[in-house]
Design a protein around this ligand. Structure first.
Ligand code: SF4
Ligand code: SF4
Length: 503
């Protein structure tokens, strides 16, 4: 149950967040004390009367108020109560179920097919999810066969909704260029067999070591290419060849060559993915790519899920200790703006919780409050199977996406018959939703969750989500965001003008 939350900023301002009104107000600290007293069973009328009889100021922990001031605040408190600021909202309804019919419909409209082109990789990154630090099985050497891919694609096309005429086709690895023939054959097959009724966008994610060899092909087919590179030479030093040889200079050589030969293509189609750890920092990585290539990379933290217990300590000292990631540089937040994670978090907080952002006039007039009976949602923010993408692995598994464990396999595509059973897929999702539901119901982010159920620990007797937010953590989030607003008015004003008013 969400309760009203009082919070303070470093500048000494006190605020009240009302979950029922979904609104934040500047609020004198005496109101919070009066609320605490009432919740603890004190009769406030008697308390006010006693203060009058005493004739002395009333002392709260770190401040005191006269009887007259107390009466003014008591009136404000009653006003807020009358207007539901302390009312507990209805619990968000997380009893939604995924229906097999929804799975079937979404398969007919899937927007992206991702192939695990090959399990092989020509790098031995220290932090690879197939290294000793993770509990995944060892990396194999299987390659996706063109025959299997044709069967999968034919199946998707045979059930495809007529209105869905665009498909994104992605080649992931291992290192996709280690099975380049497959990429070439899939692209040719799709264009020849389905080019009359579908348009295609091709993309791939690569470590860049074989880039030059295939540049002409990529340009000819307008591939979008994401290159994994963790910044400068030191930042990139976990991305190594067998024998611990560095790769930074090699990748740069390929990129420079590509840029020299096809500057427009480089500008338009090349992007970067960087993993953050203790040998780089968000700021260093962003600065490096801006200066070297004029681009902003996508960043993600080194994965800390599925760590092998035996190597947990070593994982921590190798990749985490001495991390220098700070996300609060004013200059960089203004510069990167909505690409900066903290600015995104601030925009989300302002929009979802403060009651000052309305997307249109209708929203102002029909403000939702905590009495609303919400329709039934499924817990978490997991994308439903095939609603966006499907990931096909080299060993024949069908997965919701490339980011999650193979334990959550949806079906099999390598048999003669394509095997996808919508009922068992719906059951798999619903089983995991059932396990996490009670935790989500207690979480302050339940109606604004951004997490995937497959990245929580639903295998434990008491499931765990690293992002679970209780009242105290939610208070800390609000404090952090409001400190930012108070200390950086330029950023706040830019957000209001450009992120919200512009839309
Ligand atoms: S991690 Fe979960 S929510 Fe994210 S794309 Fe994969 S299935 Fe969807
Ligand atoms: S953050 Fe985690 S606990 Fe909270 S609603 Fe999302 S999945 Fe559930």
């Amino acid at each position: 149950m969400k309760q009203a939350v009082f919070f303070n900023t470093l500048n000494g301002h006190s605020f009240l967040y009302s979950p029922f009104r979904n609104q934040v107000l500047l609020c004198h600290p005496v109101i919070s004390r009066l609320h605490d007293l009432e919740v603890s069973g004190i009769n406030l009328s008697e308390f006010i009367q006693t203060s009058k009889n005493d004739g002395n100021p009333v002392i709260f922990e770190n401040f005191q108020v006269s009887h007259a001031e107390l009466v003014v605040h008591w009136k404000k408190y009653r006003f807020l109560k009358q207007h539901d600021f302390f009312k507990v909202p209805r619990q968000v309804n997380l009893n939604g179920r995924l229906q097999p019919s929804r799975v079937e419909t979404d398969l007919t409209r899937v927007q992206q097919v991702i192939f695990e082109t090959t399990e092989e990789c020509n790098l031995s990154c220290t932090y690879c999810t197939y290294s000793k630090f993770y509990i995944n099985q060892e990396r194999g050497k299987k390659k996706f066969s063109i025959a299997a891919a044709k069967r999968a694609l034919d199946h998707l096309m045979s059930v495809r909704d007529k209105a869905s005429t665009h498909l994104i086709v992605s080649f992931y690895g291992g290192e996709p260029f280690r099975n380049f023939a497959f990429i070439r054959d899939v692209v040719a097959y799709l264009k020849e067999s389905y080019g009359d009724r579908q348009t295609f966008k091709f993309n791939l994610t690569t470590n860049g070591l074989l880039l030059s060899k295939h540049t002409d092909y990529l340009v000819a087919n307008d591939f979008d290419v994401s290159v994994s590179l963790d910044g400068d030479e030191t930042g990139n030093s976990f991305r190594i060849l067998k024998g611990e040889l560095p790769t930074h200079a090699i990748v740069l050589r390929h990129l420079d060559l590509l840029r020299e030969r096809y500057p427009d293509y480089f500008e338009r189609n090349i992007s970067f993915l960087a993993v953050l750890h203790n040998r780089n920092s968000y700021q260093e990585v962003v600065d490096y790519f801006k200066k070297r290539f004029g681009k902003t990379p996508l960043t993600s933290m080194i994965s800390t899920t599925n760590i092998n217990e035996v190597h947990k300590k070593e994982f921590s000292t190798t990749f985490l200790s001495g991390m220098r990631n700070t996300f609060h540089h004013k200059k960089d937040m203004l510069g990167l703006f909505m690409e900066h994670p903290t600015v995104k978090e601030l925009a989300n907080t302002l929009e979802k919780y403060t009651g000052i952002i309305f997307k249109n006039h209708f929203q102002i007039m029909s403000r939702i409050n905590g009495n609303e009976v919400s329709r039934a949602f499924v817990p978490t923010a997991t994308c439903l199977p095939f609603s966006l993408r499907v990931y096909l692995t080299a060993d024949g598994s069908v997965l919701p996406c490339e980011h999650i464990s193979r334990d959550f396999k949806l079906g099999n595509l390598h048999n003669r018959e394509v095997h996808l059973d919508s009922r068992s897929i719906a059951d798999l999702f619903n089983r995991n939703f059932d396990k996490i539901r009670s935790l989500c119901e207690r979480c302050y982010l339940a109606d604004n969750c951004k997490e995937c159920v497959f990245n929580t620990r639903t295998d434990l007797e008491n499931p765990v989500c690293d992002f679970f937010m209780d009242e105290q953590h939610f208070r800390e989030l609000l404090e952090k965001m409001f400190n930012l607003v108070e200390n950086d008015y330029t950023l706040y004003s830019k957000l209001l003008k450009e992120a919200f008013h512009a839309n």
